[in-house]
Design a protein around this ligand. Structure first.
Ligand code: NDP
Ligand code: 8X3
Length: 259
């Protein structure tokens, strides 16, 4: 295992769920963290917690990953001591809606594609040249089982994660001959705010997604991300599919009766 201590790790979507768990796990391992999201109050609370627990150094950036013109200025605003990014965790993402394509909300599609695909591209395009120039870096994309297996009514979300899978593969090819590594961690059901966002704030409907089964936690995913980036330099973990034990397919889950 190679140490991540004092390496600079940029995590998108660190205000919740898997991204916030990555912040915790990487802070515990001694990394310096650039945390990004739209909800700055969440990031501030998280950074204070990381300072108390681990005496972590953090730098917060407030931008929408789908706002192309916001990303370069945000990264350029980093102080010199934060400009060298060693690890980029492309985590920010969301699903909106779960409906047949011919009944889908086009605004929902736009938001998913703009965030999950275009946002990931924008931030990668901004961060990666520095890694290539320095001959050091690792990009970890948070994909999904949805990028491997399409499920009914998942159409556009699944397509966005299939795009992430293609981009991970393409990036690895384009970076061949450089020491830059590219990984994808692709979980099944993880209990976060994901389903609340998918169902536009319907907390009760979101809870039914995880009812009677034991889903993954954000920390389960974060530990695999840490595993990927702490392998020796000659080892590139390409793609990890991470299932809850209670899940064997996107719609094939083991639910115990709830009373
Ligand atoms: P959460 O809703 O808990 O967290 C999503 C994070 O993404 C938040 O921090 C949110 O921050 C950020 N985000 C969303 N849209 C934007 C945007 N336009 N600009 C900047 N940040 C944004 O969900 P998860 O933690 O579950 O999701 C994280 C990733 O994991 C996503 O890519 C998701 O697709 C993927 N995933 C999730 C699974 C699950 O079952 N939960 C399974 C497989 C993959 P803010 O709103 O403050 O901007
Ligand atoms: C999130 C997991 O199965 O809800 O990517 O699409 S799933």
């Amino acid at each position: 295992m190679v140490s991540i201590a004092n390496q600079t790790v940029l995590i998108t979507g660190a205000s919740s769920g898997i991204g916030a768990a990555c912040a915790q796990v990487f802070a515990a391992a001694g990394a310096r963290l650039i945390l990004t999201a739209r909800r700055m109050d969440r990031l501030e609370t998280l950074a204070a917690d990381l300072k108390t627990r681990y005496d972590s150094q953090t730098y917060l950036l407030n931008f929408d990953v789908s706002n192309r013109s916001a990303i370069e200025p945000a990264l350029q605003s980093l102080p010199a001591s934060w400009q060298t990014i060693d690890v980029l965790i492309n985590n920010a993402g969301l699903s909106r809606g779960l409906s047949k394509l011919h009944e889908g909300e086009i605004d929902d599609w736009e938001e998913m594609i703009d965030t999950n695909v275009k946002g990931l591209l924008y931030i990668t395009r901004a961060v990666l040249p520095g890694m290539v120039e320095r001959g050091k870096g690792h990009v970890v994309n948070i994909g999904s089982i949805a990028g491997h297996y399409t499920y009914p009514n998942g159409n556009v979300y699944c397509a966005s994660k299939a795009a992430v899978r293609a981009l991970t593969e393409g990036l690895k090819m384009d970076l061949l001959g450089t020491p830059i590594r590219v990984s994808s961690v692709d979980p099944g059901l993880v209990e976060t705010e994901f389903s609340q966002v998918r169902f536009h704030g319907d907390v009760d409907r979101a809870a039914t997604v995880y009812a009677g089964l034991t889903p993954l936690t954000g920390e389960d995913v974060a530990e695999v991300v840490l595993f990927c980036v702490t392998r020796p330099a000659h080892v590139n973990v390409g793609d990890v599919i991470l299932w809850p034990t209670d899940q064997a397919g996107p719609t094939l889950v083991n639910r115990r009766p709830t009373t």
